[in-house]
Design a protein around this ligand. Structure first.
Ligand code: NAP
Length: 280
């Protein structure tokens, strides 16, 4: 039986610590502020933004809600980002992804001032991660690192396999594991013998977006399995890992929901408070 890595509880504990930091900042006259830019009607995006704004309220961060119709032009989006960049009450800017297809996501992310990039996706901040320079970290992989740390999962010298190479999860995840002295392999859709490579992993991280793809065939007995996947299916939200099949094999595993998702949101708050602290 695997230990269940409880992301929901860990996120709640993290929010308590963040609320304390917010109180300390407020006593110095600084109210951390997060601007949230949401374009279009995607129901999942609306639900994520609602949760993020509730989190802000819980810890005392001011949130500034900027909703725009799907028809917004790139120039209008750029102008909105510029105004948030210039606003002294705003310490962090979140552009909820995905953007409608006529908008240039890369241009929008790069337009955010790097200091206010609390999602950690600005090219400069991803570059800082490559260089090992302190900078806002991408929320999802950073949340995973916090979970591994909290559950005392040893990384040094261990074999870590990351499935997925997106700029949001897979690549920064691999770099963070490398920074912690794991030996890291990154897999993707062209990887040959994916199950065989995954079975070498002491720490297996799935960030694929395919419901329950990772079954017992991919897991070495005793491995730590982190499921980043969020897939909405007829049976509800499921991860990339077939939890029922893998849990008996793993030494520790994250559930979906209640695993990586809540920690991603907590890291957004942490990045916002850190940005507010830096602004003084
Ligand atoms: P993405 O940009 O679509 O990337 C998916 C990656 O998986 C790609 O690198 C792709 O390979 C790889 N892949 C796809 N099919 C594969 C297969 N059959 N075998 C091996 N690799 C395969 O997705 P993402 O943004 O990284 O997100 C991944 C998952 O995490 C999604 O379910 C997403 O909803 C979830 N997510 C969760 C959180 C959270 O807070 N929990 C945050 C972000 C994302 P190629 O590069 O070769 O195409």
């Amino acid at each position: 039986m695997a230990m269940i890595i409880d992301g929901k509880q860990l996120a709640a504990d993290t929010r308590v610590q963040i609320a304390e930091q917010v109180r300390a900042l407020k006593s110095r006259g600084i109210v951390p502020g997060l601007a949230v830019i949401l374009v279009g009607d995607d129901p999942a995006s609306h639900s994520y933004v609602r949760m993020k704004e509730q989190d802000c309220e819980e810890v005392g961060i001011a949130s500034f809600d900027h909703r725009r119709s799907a028809g917004i032009t790139q120039d209008e989006l750029n102008a909105l980002i510029d105004s948030c960049n210039e606003d002294h009450a705003v310490h962090g800017i979140l552009v909820q992804l995905p953007l409608p297809s006529h908008l240039d996501e890369e241009a929008a992310l790069a337009r955010i001032s790097a200091e206010k990039d609390v999602d950690g996706l600005h090219p400069m901040n991803l570059g800082s991660l490559v260089r090992g320079i302190e900078a806002p970290r991408a929320c999802t992989p950073w949340g995973v690192m916090k979970m591994l740390e909290r559950y005392s999962v040893e990384l040094e010298g261990k074999r870590a396999v990351v499935i997925g190479r997106s700029s949001i999860v897979g690549k920064p995840q691999a770099l963070m594991l490398l920074e912690s002295n794991a030996t890291v392999t990154v897999c993707h859709s062209r990887t040959v013998d994916l199950p065989g490579i995954c079975r070498e992993a002491d720490i297996l991280i799935a960030a694929v977006g395919r419901p329950k793809m990772i079954d017992a065939d991919y897991v070495k007995p005793g491995a730590v399995v982190i499921d980043v996947g969020i897939n909405r299916t007829a049976e509800g939200m499921v991860g990339d890992v077939d939890f029922a099949a893998v849990e008996p094999l793993a030494s520790a595993i994250t559930p979906v929901p209640g695993g990586v998702g809540p920690m991603t949101r907590a890291m957004l708050l942490a990045n916002t408070v850190a940005a507010a602290s830096r602004s003084t």
